[in-house]
Design a protein around this ligand. Structure first.
Ligand code: PGA
Length: 248
């Protein structure tokens, strides 16, 4: 049985003060959650959020990590820095990083390896663009991105990886993949993992759906057998909205 995991991706939102308030509001609303609950905040918010969630069921995550331990990489953060700041999770390869910041399958792979080796749990994002789906390439794209991202890891290390299937056309657009579309493509991702790491690892790994997931559609998505959780953008920015998703 795979334990569901719902993670908020706050993206470039919330000052430290706003962040602390949001998690304060969230704590009583999600304290009985049956799933793992994570908030991936901007790095400047870690210090404000960490003491507030201490001892609760809410875990802290980052939105990116560099693959080197230290050095001349202006603007980047290492896995050890994230851990020292209280992060247990980190999002890697989000489509916004791929689209706007030149992230490639190769750098996603390097970041994933660095995160897992350092003891972080990596939430690795894959997903097709609208024209790729329309052209019938969805399966090829997600299989390729998944296998590239996880290349070089062992089946044991995969226990610290969560894959997030996020069709790019569904992110922040209000468009959601249908329950069946999401389930089917996540099934394809699981097969890609089975080819590379074996059936057992594939059966164990948690694969989230992301892309306009919210209170009104979470039930249907989570009822699908392949879907093990969600990566939530817009609906993670208000405590009540995020709690609705968490308590699906
Ligand atoms: P959204 O974002 O829920 O606002 O579509 C999801 C994501 O980008 O992780």
């Amino acid at each position: 049985m795979r334990k569901p995991i719902i993670a908020g991706n706050w993206k470039m939102n919330k000052t430290p003060e706003e962040a602390a308030q949001l998690v304060k509001d969230l704590i009583p609303l999600v304290k009985d959650a049956k799933c793992d609950v994570v908030v991936c905040t901007p790095a400047v918010d870690f210090a404000a959020v960490k003491p507030v969630i201490e001892g609760t069921n809410i875990k802290l995550g980052a939105q990116n990590v560099h693959f080197k331990e230290s050095g001349a990489y202006t603007g980047e953060l290492s896995a050890d820095m994230l851990k020292a700041a209280g992060c247990e999770y980190v999002i890697i390869g989000h489509s916004e990083r791929r689209q706007y910041f030149g992230e490639t399958d190769k750098t996603v792979n390097l970041r994933t390896i660095a995160a897992v080796k350092a003891g972080l749990k990596a939430i690795v994002c894959v997903g097709e663009m609208k024209d790729e789906r329309e052209a019938g390439y969805t399966d090829m794209i997600v299989m390729y991105q998944t296998q590239m991202a996880l290349h070089g890891l062992t089946a044991e290390e995969l226990e610290n990886v969560i894959v997030a299937y996020e069709p790019v056309w569904a992110i922040g657009t209000g468009l959601t993949a249908t329950d069946e579309q999401a389930n089917e493509t996540i099934g394809v991702i699981r097969k890609a993992i089975a080819y590379k790491f074996g059936e057992e690892a594939a059966a164990k790994i948690r694969i989230q759906y992301g892309g306009s997931m919210k209170g009104s559609n979470v039930k249907g998505l989570m009822a699908q057998p392949e879907i093990d959780g969600g990566l939530i953008g817009g609906a993670s920015l208000k405590a009540a909205d995020f709690a609705q998703v968490v308590n699906f």
